[in-house]
Design a protein around this ligand. Structure first.
Ligand code: ADP
Ligand code: MG
Length: 451
């Protein structure tokens, strides 16, 4: 077997081990560079692939290769962004024009029983260091619902794949077992509860939920402040939980950070596994774009993809939106977009911190995150629920906008600037020691920059 055959055979076998999206993400544009004695040197397109292949797939790859050629005992990955395959993609762009004609924006139908959208699957869910723990927990739950992580609580900012992941878990369970799965958004759930209370039909509403084996509730932060609904949810939760039924929840923040949520619900929500999803890094964004294009069977020039990955960094939803704009342009003009076109087309997506962060947005985002009214932040009070968010607002004004301490003091009703300095130092120090606070700050910043 020559090196190429060896590699193609490995690729074929790896495809059996991992999902299509992940295969496209990690193995696209890889090839054997050389063989040096016992070592096979593989060229990969970027540092991201290198890290991932050497950390996650090393063992299984080596085993497959060694089984085919037992003289090989070691793999090495080198970065070679201009591998021949990357170039052929560009050349293929012309040919892809034909494929684009066949492009369909599939309208998937939501399943009436489960309320799940079949477009959300593990197969098309891309995994990177920003979400690998959430993915691992999700797939473990899908293999063994009700018995390992219960509830599974996934949290993170908007557009980072929470809904995709929790629906993928549901679809997997629904398709591979007889279990009854139900997905519901919190808004819908709350409105069902409110209706049941009003019409005195709580018992029959609960009875309708009792045959469910897997209950998925999206965006539970919306239960904040809804006391009656929280009470009912608590009972529904308990009765399913006691029967070992799987509960899967998502939220934009962790249970403890959800304001105006009963303690007993916080503790139920956090009683299983809590995992966050983060923002993907540049290399991951590029990999996501490549995988999404491959799924659609379209190629775009590499420099255009790089332009998108550099500039669209808010979340995966935006990344998809940007890509779709390019595809629509491509389809309607029958013209491959270049970087200049992309610049024009993607104006709305391009993320520029200096343009979007401002005083108003910081105050708004902090207040919203802690479920306060903006004016509460300026109340002359020492109440903990206010003091803490106020310190965070002060911290962000300094850190993100470089406001001076006296300037911030003036904004907060002429406080002594040493109060502001104290707040800044306190939050800074705590965020260095405390991951939870760092996460909270990141979630708030994400809102500031996405608003
Ligand atoms: P959230 O619920 O966190 O706001 P969504 O699950 O709605 O985010 O994701 C936004 C969009 O990005 C969806 O179209 C989803 O399919 C896509 N997406 C998010 N994460 C991934 C991923 N890891 N792999 C592939 N697509 C993703
Ligand atoms: Mg969602």
């Amino acid at each position: 077997m020559n090196n190429n055959e060896l590699w193609n055979s490995l690729l074929a076998q790896m495809q059996l081990h991992i999902s299509r999206a992940n295969f496209a993400t990690w193995f696209q544009n890889t090839e054997v560079s050389t063989k040096e004695n016992e070592k096979l040197v593989i060229s990969v397109p970027n540092a991201f692939s290198k890290e991932w292949l050497s950390n996650k797939y090393y063992k299984v790859m080596l085993k497959i290769i060694h089984d085919m050629d037992n003289s090989i005992r070691e793999l090495e990955f080198i970065i070679n962004p201009k591998s021949s395959k990357t170039l052929t993609i560009k050349e293929n762009v012309e040919q892809e024009k034909i494929n684009i004609e066949q492009l369909k924006f599939d309208e998937f139908k939501v399943n009436k029983d489960t309320n799940l959208n079949p477009k959300y699957t593990f197969e098309n869910f891309i995994v990177g260091s920003f979400n690998d723990l959430a993915y691992a927990a999700g797939s473990a739950v899908s293999e063994n619902p009700g018995h390992i992580y219960n509830p599974l609580f996934i949290y993170g900012g908007v557009g980072l794949g929470k809904t995709h992941l929790i629906q993928a878990i549901g679809n997997k369970i629904a398709n591979s077992s007889k279990k009854r799965v139900k997905y519901v958004s919190s808004e819908k759930f709350i409105s069902n509860i409110v209706t049941a209370i009003r019409s005195n039909s709580m018992e029959s509403f609960k009875a309708s939920l009792s045959p469910i084996d897997v209950l998925i509730v999206d965006d539970v932060q919306f239960f904040s402040g809804k006391n009656k609904s929280q009470q009912e949810f608590f009972h529904i939760f308990n009765s399913l939980y006691e029967k070992n039924k799987q509960i899967i929840l998502s939220s934009d923040k962790q249970p403890n950070a959800i304001p105006e949520l009963e303690e007993r619900l916080k503790s139920r929500f956090g009683g299983g596994m809590i995992i966050d999803v983060n923002l993907p890094e540049y290399e991951t964004r590029l990999a996501i774009l490549r995988a999404k294009l491959q799924e659609k069977n379209i190629a775009l020039p590499e420099d255009v993809l790089e332009y998108v990955a550099v500039n669209v960094k808010k979340n995966i939803r935006e990344l998809e939106g940007a890509l779709n704009s390019l595809i629509v342009y491509y389809r309607s003009n029958n013209n491959i977009p270049d970087v200049e076109n992309a610049k024009k087309l993607l104006k709305g997506f391009v993320f520029s911190p200096f343009e979007v962060a401002n005083y108003k947005k910081i105050i708004e985002a902090v207040a919203k995150f802690y479920n306060l009214e903006e004016k509460n932040l300026f109340d002359q009070t020492r109440r903990k629920e206010i003091v803490r968010p106020r310190q965070i607002a002060m911290f962000l004004l300094r850190k993100e906008l470089k406001y001076s301490f006296p300037e911030i003091a003036r904004k907060f009703g002429g406080k002594d600037h040493t109060t502001v300095l104290y707040a800044y130092k306190k939050i800074l120090q705590e965020s260095e020691e405390n991951n939870k606070l760092t996460e909270e700050l990141n979630l708030i910043k994400q809102r500031v920059y996405s608003g």
